[in-house]
Design a protein around this ligand. Structure first.
Ligand code: EPU
Length: 294
């Protein structure tokens, strides 16, 4: 690993703490960590990792993952260099890099009088993460705005996938088999003040219904068809239930909070408890929305 790192401009860091790179603030270190400065570097990293049998992972805003306290025995890549953060407008279309934070993308679109992304306001993720899991709120999801997505396959080949070749579904896209480099979104011209008002509305709704102050990974489970996972967990009487320093939110039962220095194992125990209780009471098998690494 270290031999091929010499060919890169960007440093590969060893035993890099990951917890601060997640919204949960939980988890151990990455054996190798790198923020590549270009697609050429990214390609070189994944090809070398594959050759040396080192598993690799891409971290976005870290808002939908739980990292094991034991850490990640592999290479964690973060597309956070400026190279992956461009935003360009062409008419009402916006082409943006996957490393850009959604909050910034929404703001820049609003400054350009372009609407469509407001429902994503308040989600602490990147465009790449949002595309990968087809992030959404209510009936809206980012996949509906997509025209095309630029990806790198695991052989380092860059491809542009038109919308028709992407299988966006509820919190899924089928894009996990690629590294997402960016996307082109179709937005809609609208009055800037109107857009800003809508952004505020979505942020307020989130603040009123979710615990946005404590550390968490957002909703732990996907909603079962026609149901709300939060409501089912709530009806099991699990709000406020804690394990170590992890606690099920009193505000929204599909949120697990890290109240201080929760361990990954504490969260996993709460997840199992929720799964068991919801299965017992409603005969519903909840599907996890968050990804657990390591
Ligand atoms: N509810 C309860 N108790 C709870 C939580 C919710 O009774 O503890 C009830 C609510 O009163 C409401 C219904 O369940 O009648 C639905 O709740 P809510 O409007 O909060 O929506 P949700 O389905 O729980 C979804 C997304 C959220 C997104 C909101 C936007 C999923 C799994 N969750 O939540 O996404 O922010 O809609 O309104 O799809 C995320 O994916 O991480 C996430 C937070």
């Amino acid at each position: 690993m270290m031999s091929w790192s010499k060919t890169l401009k960007t440093i590969i860091r060893l035993n890099e703490p990951l917890k601060k790179k997640t919204t949960f603030k939980i988890g151990g270190n990455a054996r190798f960590f790198c923020e590549p400065g270009s697609t050429a570097e990214l390609k070189s990293l994944i090809i070398s990792a594959k050759r040396d049998n080192i598993p690799f992972f891409v971290i976005g805003g870290g808002s939908n993952i739980l990292i094991n306290d034991k850490g990640v025995d592999g290479l964690v890549l973060k597309l956070s260099s400026n190279f992956f953060k461009g935003i360009f407008f062409k008419g009402s279309c916006c082409e943006a890099g996957s490393g850009i934070m959604l909050s910034r993308l929404i703001r820049v679109a609003a400054e350009n009088g372009l609407s469509g992304l407001e429902f994503l306001a308040g989600i602490p993720g990147t465009l790449g993460g949002a595309l990968c899991m087809n992030a959404g709120a209510g009936f809206n999801c980012i996949g509906d705005l997509v025209q095309k997505v630029k990806v790198m396959d695991y052989d380092g080949k860059i491809k542009v996938l038109p919308k028709k070749d992407i299988r966006f579904g509820y919190r899924c896209s089928g894009l996990e088999k690629y590294i997402i480099l960016g996307g082109t979104l179709k937005l809609f011209p609208k009055d800037k003040d109107e857009i800003r008002k809508n952004i505020k509305k979505f942020i307020e709704h989130r603040r009123n219904t979710q615990d946005t102050v404590s550390f968490s990974a957002g909703c732990i489970f996907k909603n079962p068809p026609g149901e709300s996972a939060g409501k089912l967990i709530d009806m099991c009487g699990l709000k406020g239930k804690s394990q170590g320093q992890a606690r099920i939110s009193l505000k929204h039962a599909n949120f697990i909070l890290n109240t201080k220095q929760a361990r990954s194992g504490d969260v996993i125990k709460l997840i199992s408890l929720i799964e068991k209780k919801v299965k017992q009471k409603f005969n519903v098998v909840l599907e996890q929305e968050i990804k657990i690494w390591g």
